[in-house]
Write a protein that binds this ligand. Structure first.
Ligand code: TYD
Ligand code: MG
Length: 509
């Protein structure tokens, strides 16, 4: 029964493929708009990235610039092979003049390198790069801003708003990569070129529409070639979209030297620049900015910003003394543990790894007798920061238990330490840097792993509360608690809660 169908299908496909190969090698393929994987027939799901409905038909004719007949006839050119010990010029960097940006790039833009800045639309990529090019231009470097999304007048308007209209930035609204490359090849080599955005660029060498994966990849390739040849540093802007209509910049990620991601909550003013990949520097540094009416302001002391709107004295909040790259950052973790009405209680987390939350909850249940199966659990990292360190375990556990037993934690305490599956609290790196930052910001005590005591030095006079196991932390917090049932219907309890911040403020100030 099946055989005739199969042969029918075969007949339909085969002659067409013979036809296309004998013609001008017009190669139609189905390209995943999410990851760039190519298939020769349509399918609902991309096998490579598991996304649905992301395949669209593209004409990849000429994706390589030379015709096949020429390519196969050409004999390879010989080149000299070199040794590892040769003298290579140290990557010459051009500091941008924005400390937070330089921190993330690893000290400035490397000559001939290509950087991709990704982020949601409206997050502030164009603002950041307008500021960066203006500062460089004012310092006397040739800086070029090519906008494929906005008209020259719009870019000027933004520059005026930022008070940068007088900066000698070279500006154009162009989308043809060939035109851009030949224009920029004239005159002095630009030190920095911003292409805003890569999705709007198109090149003659491929036939598919602008914004498709094939176009984005070919345009990026041409610009990267220009950067390497000329020595100019290029920044490509890329929008991250989820719906797969516009090709995400993911396909470009492996081609460029560094990928920076610009993040932040739309409703909040903080913006965090983070290196996802960096061939010339670290990837664990973050740059912190604040979006103001006058553009992005650099935040050199992020802890102050993240702690500026603390809800002092309410249960369920703990201050985590963390490290981002080389810089200590203090941030508030907020937890809410509330009785559930659902069969499967809800676990929601923003800014932290959900599987770490599950682990901490499991350890609390298994080793500390804290029963959480009847409760919904929410955990939030204040200020839109994303924490990757396991050192946040202890602060998260403290916030969770504090919320469960309705006991506010001391407002002048910071927490850090990794929790192991056995319930032990394990030491983490850079104890003294964390303590110093806490002391600088006026904190009076630190709750930390027991074994970290040995390496404490210059703790700034903080009272140290060493914790060997999670059980003792839970006992300490529970001893401060008042029973949950009193929480809502006891007016005195509420009055007492409100009095707490004042008391601690008096103690601290
Ligand atoms: P923009 O840089 O255009 O974002 P992107 O290029 O990432 O799409 O920034 C857009 C947002 O930033 C917009 O909502 C307005 C806001 N903004 C300010 O708040 N202050 C400013 O000075 C500027 C220029 C923009
Ligand atoms: Mg923009």
């Amino acid at each position: 029964m099946l055989a005739p169908d199969h042969s029918m299908l075969w007949m339909r496909i085969k002659p067409q493929s013979r036809l296309t190969s004998s013609m001008a090698r017009s190669t139609l393929s189905f390209v995943c708009q999410n990851c760039g994987a190519a298939y020769n027939r349509w399918q609902g799901k991309c096998d490579s990235c598991d996304e649905w409905n992301t395949l669209s038909e593209e004409d990849t004719t000429g994706a390589t610039s030379m015709p096949l007949s020429v390519r196969s006839r050409r004999k390879g050119r010989t080149f000299a092979l070199e040794s590892l010990t040769g003298k290579s010029n140290d990557a010459p960097r051009l500091p941008s003049g924005m400390t937070e940006l330089d921190r993330v790039t690893g000290g400035g833009f490397v000559r001939g390198s290509v950087l991709l800045v990704g982020g949601d639309p409206g997050i502030g990529k164009s603002t950041l790069l307008t500021q960066a090019t203006s500062i460089l231009a004012r310092a006397g470097h040739r800086a070029v801003y090519i906008s494929g999304e906005e008209a020259v007048a719009q870019v000027r308007l933004r520059a005026e708003r930022l008070g940068l209209a007088d900066a000698p930035v070279q500006l154009a609204a162009e989308t043809s990569v060939e035109d851009i490359v030949s224009t920029l090849s004239q005159g002095a080599v630009p030190r920095l070129i911003v292409i805003d955005s890569i999705q709007t660029m198109w090149t003659d060498t491929v036939e598919s529409a602008p914004g498709t994966v094939t176009q984005v990849r070919a345009s990026a390739q041409a610009l990267i070639r220009f950067a390497k040849k000329s020595g100019a540093a290029i920044i490509l802007v890329g929008h991250v979209t989820k719906d797969g209509q516009i090709a995400g910049p993911r396909v470009v990620e492996h081609m460029v030297d560094a990928v920076l991601s610009f993040e932040g909550e739309g409703s909040q003013q903080f913006r965090i620049l983070r290196a996802v990949k960096n061939r010339f520097g670290p990837t664990d540094e973050i740059g912190v900015f604040e979006m103001t009416g006058l553009g992005l302001r650099e935040v050199s002391n992020p802890s102050e910003l993240f702690l500026s709107e603390r809800d002092l004295g309410s249960p369920g909040t703990a201050v985590f003394a963390g490290i981002e790259g080389t810089r200590p950052v203090l941030v508030e973790l907020q937890a809410l543990v509330a009785p559930t009405t659902l069969g499967t209680p809800r676990r929601a987390v923003v800014g932290w790894d959900p599987s770490r939350l599950s682990m901490v909850l499991a350890v609390l249940e298994a080793h500390c007798g804290v029963k959480l199966s009847g409760y919904d659990v929410y955990l939030n990292v204040a200020g839109g920061l994303r924490i990757q360190e396991p050192a946040a375990d202890l602060a998260a556990a403290a916030a969770l238990v504090s919320s469960l037993v309705n006991a506010p934690l001391p407002t002048d305490a910071v927490y850090f330490g990794e929790i192991s599956l056995s319930g032990a609290v394990r030491p983490v790196a850079q104890t003294s840097a964390r303590l110093k930052e806490a002391a600088k910001l006026g904190f009076g005590r630190a709750v930390l792993p027991e074994s970290a005591r040995g390496e404490v030095g210059g703790d700034g006079g903080l009272a140290l509360n060493s914790i060997g196991g999670l059980t003792s932390l839970v006992a300490q917090i529970a001893a401060r608690g008042n029973p949950r049932n009193n929480r809502d219907n006891n007016r005195e309890g509420a009055a007492e809660k409100n009095a707490t911040p004042a008391r601690f403020r008096r103690e601290n100030g």
